[in-house]
Design a protein around this ligand. Sequence first.
Ligand code: CP
Length: 325
Amino acid sequence: MAQLEPLTGADVPPGTGRRHLIGVSDLTAADIDRLLGTAATISRSLEREVKKLPALRGRLVINLFYESSTRTLSSFDLAAKRLSADTMAVRSSGSSVDKGESLKDTALTLAEYDPDVIVIRHPHIGAPQLVAAATRARVVNAGDGKHQHPTQALLDLYTMRASLGRLEGVHVAIVGDVLHSRVARSLIEALELVGARTTVVAPPTLVPRGIEAMGCEATSDIAAIAAADVVYVLRMQRERMLPGAAYVPSLREYAAEWGVTPERLRRGQVVMHPGPMNRGVEIDPRVADSGVSLITEQVRAGLVVRMAVLYDLLVGGAGAALEVE
Ligand code: CP
């Protein structure tokens, strides 16, 4: 893989008026409320036989993915198509990245097609800012290293609100490999913004030092999940672990000690997972396939929330609600 070139100067050229979604810190509580409202409107519109909306006709959305993805890539692609935009997907594998082309040169090349939005997933923190600086497109971060995955946090909030009817005061236990998780970092920040409470639950080796500064509690006692309304399960992010480092004795022992099983849940709780799941490791299949699981709802939310994000960046924003006939 080509090396990420260092950022030069400001993350985003000043005075362009472009908005990006690079991290949850780009959002206010009012932004989140508006985006979730737009997603709900879009969700109702998708119940119709003809599911396409004309809002982004003539616009171009490029999905630039340097890491594997099923949910994020497919939902951004379909989201753009459902809004009538043109789409292109460029994956690092099979592209000129294999020949050593840098991210900056790839971005400069794609910029010549005048994209309105570039959605980027990359293993290195800061890649979305580099694309924002190198192009005139709005940039959406679809995951940069263990840093941020803001649209995952938005779709998770959407799913929680649809299931529980509220976000304020909801208690979420995030269980698993928090250390390597961009999903956890984005979600903790987003939950703090909407007035929810978060407890991270993980083996001591997988709790980031100082995580409490983000406004959450941290414990290594798996029994703590019983106090939460939502049990949010994370997989072991083996692709981000240092080679040779032993964070847990074995996956079997991790499953026995930390796996979310029916016996560890109490009545009234719901369970979420961003996917992909490792069944039998962090989550028992009896939980994943049960009525308390919101995992398929999360996938569906991914489509409408990403439609809302694309619409909001290109057309909407504060004060411009989406109208669907
Ligand atoms: N949750 C998530 O980002 O899934 P993908 O890696 O399949 O996109």
